[in-house]
Design a protein around this ligand. Sequence first.
Ligand code: HBI
Length: 363
Amino acid sequence: MKITQTKPLRLLFASTPVGAIGSGIGGGVEFILQNLAQEMIRRGHKVDIVAPQGSITKFGHIIEIPGELQTSMQLLNRDTPISIIPNFVLTNMWEFIREVQGNYDLIINFAYDWLPFYLSPFINTPIAHLVSVGSLSNVMDEIIEKTSIRFPGTIAVYTKAQAETFSFASRCRIVGNGIDLKDYQYCDQPDNYLVWVARISPEKGLEDAVEVAKNTGIPLKIMGFLQDKSYWDNIQKSYPDAPIEYLGFLPIREMQLILRRSRGYLMTHRWSEAFGMTTIQALACGVPIITYNKGGPSEIVGHGQTGWLVEPDNLVELEKAIKNLDKIARSTCRQQAEAEYSIEAYGDRMENWFDDILAQMIS
Ligand code: HBI
């Protein structure tokens, strides 16, 4: 009998310290955390969320923690040492967690930071670490690997591609992701434009999408949190007459109204994107995906079925794939979302993970 079925669990989510939930700085993690809260509450579990001041969420009870936000790891380089500054929101979050840990059955850590992994042996309540990024830093690789050895089964990643960026891939549990498909309306009559949706930051490679918009003349609608202003200003300066339009960082309801009517969704990431939540949002609307063949998206998109996988950074191939968008049946995209990325299927995978961790506690 599964523990998660015998009694409601008291779950404590430790959010990412890079930004408040709802700010967009936390990118996919903000979205994933809220989806997981929604689904665990639907299944009868209790969800409290420890997060930076100013965090908001539709699901779960937020406990706001003050303090300095954390620098995003991808802005540092592989051998940057870990720096702990006074009044870090991260240290404040985990001091609070240490105090209240006895009120919870399981802690789920969403931060890609050294401290939560280092603290695992000092905290009595079991911690499930949902690793949101591929290998970015030596000191992070080392502490995640140590945790995976000391607490087997407590490290989960989104995709096989993401796991394989780590030397300890075999000790990572692959859990995928999921979205509430009721929030997405299928559309089979697209207008003539493409969309690009992500944090506007160098690792997301926006300039490639803008370049192909200029070359093909197909309008590109851009959405997402404007994280790096100078990067965005440079793109606008370099492509003054590209047919692009920035619509801002929109709530999901508004974002999917634009996404669903597009001919295709472009993903031009430079870094080994761990998953790419917007890919499954596109599939849910019936929108084919054109993406670089690397990282999580290469595992999500069925080449020739639900989109086209393109050699990374190859703009000629990108443009060729755009010309072949009409060869993709939009209904296949929606079907794949229903089969693999529903919030219920995701909830099963996550509950199974939690069960396995808690079962180890008893044995
Ligand atoms: N950097 N320091 C730090 N902590 C995080 O939790 C983190 C990050 N960089 C990227 C990242 N998380 C991604 O998951 C973004 O979606 C937030």
